[in-house]
Structures are given as C-alpha cells and as structure tokens.
Design a protein around this ligand. Structure first.
Ligand SMILES: [Zn+2]
Length: 216
C-alpha cells in the first residue's frame, strides 16, 4: 500500500455541462484509486438530494459512497492523515472556500478530484469552478451530445421557466445544447410564453363554448 507524501498532491477538475458524464468520470477515477488500495473519500453538497442521500450517483446509476457537506469548509474535518484521494462532486455548489480547501489538501499531498458545472443556465461562469480551473494541474472538459442537433454540447439549456440560478436535479428541466443551439433567452422568455399560451388556450376554449352554444 502506498503512503501519502507531502509532495505528491495535485488538483484534477472534471467540468462540463449537464449530461456530459462528469460524475461518471469522477466515479471511474475514484474506483481506479480504490482498486490500487489507495485511501479514498468522497464528498457532495447537501443541496444535491437527487437519487440518493449518501452516494455520488451518475445519470447512468453508477455510484460511490460519499459524505454530504453544506460547504467546502467542512471537508478538511473529514480528511484524516491517511487519506490519499479526495473526490468532490457538484463543486459549483460548495462555495468560494472550495479553491482554498482544494489547494490546502493538494499541498499536503492529497490527489484532489473535483467534478462540477463550469457554466450556469445562462452560460455564465459558475464560480467557484472557474477559479478552481485556474489553479488545477489537470483539466478535463466533458462534452455532452446536443439534444437539438447532435453536435458536441458544452452548455446547459434550461427548458422550464425559472430565473433561479439553481434548479437541482430534474433532468427534464434541462437539455445539453451546443453553442449554436443554446439560447439563454429561452429560459427567461418561457414565463411570458407560458402566460401567452395560457391566454390563447383560454380564448380557444371560450370560442369553442361560444360556437357550441350557437349550434344548440
Ligand atoms: Zn446543437
């Protein structure tokens, strides 16, 4: 069994849109480390309660046991001196301390692997992931397949009406889109469109009831 050495640490970031296989790739790397009998510990944010209370679960139902934390500041409390690999999923929800926490772990010899969204539903940088990219040794950008045209997709399109930055889980609320098919206005315009569609449906129903009244 290999021991942890102070000079052995580094940071790996796996980032991309939803449906790009970030959690899947994180789980794959953590599993490989476990097979090598390295001491591995995994974390995910408490905000992410989809599928399972404790495990990190990818969309294809691969899973690995994890500890749920409210923010990155809680992570060091769980990382003993014997831990060699730390995995973190949904890093975009763990707050600004994530960068300092990962740096400190890497400095002390830990291999830190963080998966997360690099952009929000409007295509804006999703902190703290961009800051983490700047200090990471290794970056993997995962790509999904555009659900409109089939090209490589690195954006997350929200397809329900909400201006909240975080609408967790609900894969039906999002689509992977390429840069050409991505339209941030769609998520914002849905409110009005839904209201107009509602009005139109109401008018049609009224017209129908009027015409049936005429016939009777
Ligand atoms: Zn497309």
């Amino acid at each position: 069994m290999t021991d942890r050495h102070d000079d052995a640490g580094w940071i790996e970031v796996i980032c991309g849109s939803m449906f790009s296989g970030k959690s899947e790739e994180l789980i794959r790397r953590l599993r490989r480390a476990k097979i090598a009998r390295q001491r591995v510990i995994a974390f995910k944010p408490k905000v992410d309660d989809r599928y399972d209370e404790e495990d990190i679960v990818s969309h294809d139902d691969r899973r690995i046991e994890s500890i749920r934390v409210a923010d990155a500041g809680e992570i060091p409390d769980y990382v003993g001196d014997d831990v060699q690999v730390v995995g973190i999923d949904e890093g975009q929800f763990l707050g600004p301390d994530l960068v300092a926490v990962c740096e400190s772990l890497a400095d002390s010899g830990v291999r830190v692997i963080v998966a997360g969204l690099d952009q929000d539903y409007l295509g804006r940088p999703f902190e703290p992931m961009p800051a983490l990219l700047a200090v990471a040794e290794y970056i993997t950008k995962t790509l999904a397949v555009c659900m409109r045209c089939g090209k490589p997709a690195n954006r997350t399109q929200r397809i329900i009406a909400s201006r909240e930055r975080v609408v967790v889980g609900a894969s039906e609320a999002y689509e992977a889109r390429c840069r050409h098919c991505f339209d941030p206005d769609e998520a914002l315009a849905e409110d009005e469109a839904a209201a107009e569609a509602g009005d139109a449906a109401m008018e049609k129903a009224l017209a129908r009831s009027r015409s049936s009244a005429d016939l009777s």
